[in-house]
Write a protein that binds this ligand. Sequence first.
Ligand code: AMP
Length: 189
Amino acid sequence: MRLVLMGPPGAGKGTQAGVISGMLGVPHISTGDIFRANVSKGTSLGIEAKRYMDAGEYVPDGVTNAMVRDRLTHDDCRPGFLLDGYPRTVEQVGELNAMLQSAGHRLSQVLELTVDIDEVVGRLVKRAADQGRSDDTEDVIRRRLEVYFEQTAPLTAMYDAQGLLLRVDGLGSIDEVTARIVAALAIEA
Ligand code: AMP
């Protein structure tokens, strides 16, 4: 299973990706988590990424693509992977395709979690209070949503045209959403 999980910030991608990757026995690869781990460790990648993250902007494609390219070569990705938060730009879609093609692979499915935007803003404000993420202030939240709708939302149409897209309603409890994803992917829970 080589899966991509898409959806706006606050749609619950991270939570669902954790559950679903466990069921499938494939690694959950979140570019946001990898960036945050680098920020915490103070690596040069983290220092560069933080400038963009704190402004609600995307980290440049060159940096992000190189990081994912490296991650996908790890042994744990042999049975597949669940990408969470990548690809997010047209260029990243092309790069991911190239990475997979060179290994003789292709994506199995792209899952989009759909949510109501007011609900998402509410979730993000709550997460800011709970986790103290520096990119969860109200201005930055607004910018992250704008960037998502400008650059990332249109990608789902590309995957839809390739017959890869599954849309799943992301509203409801964690278990309800998981059950919908399981049904959409037709996997054994
Ligand atoms: P996330 O936790 O997935 O919402 O990611 C947090 C932040 O990390 C984003 O707002 C971006 O600044 C950065 N980021 C994560 N994934 C990507 C990506 N695929 N391309 C560019 N920037 C990314």
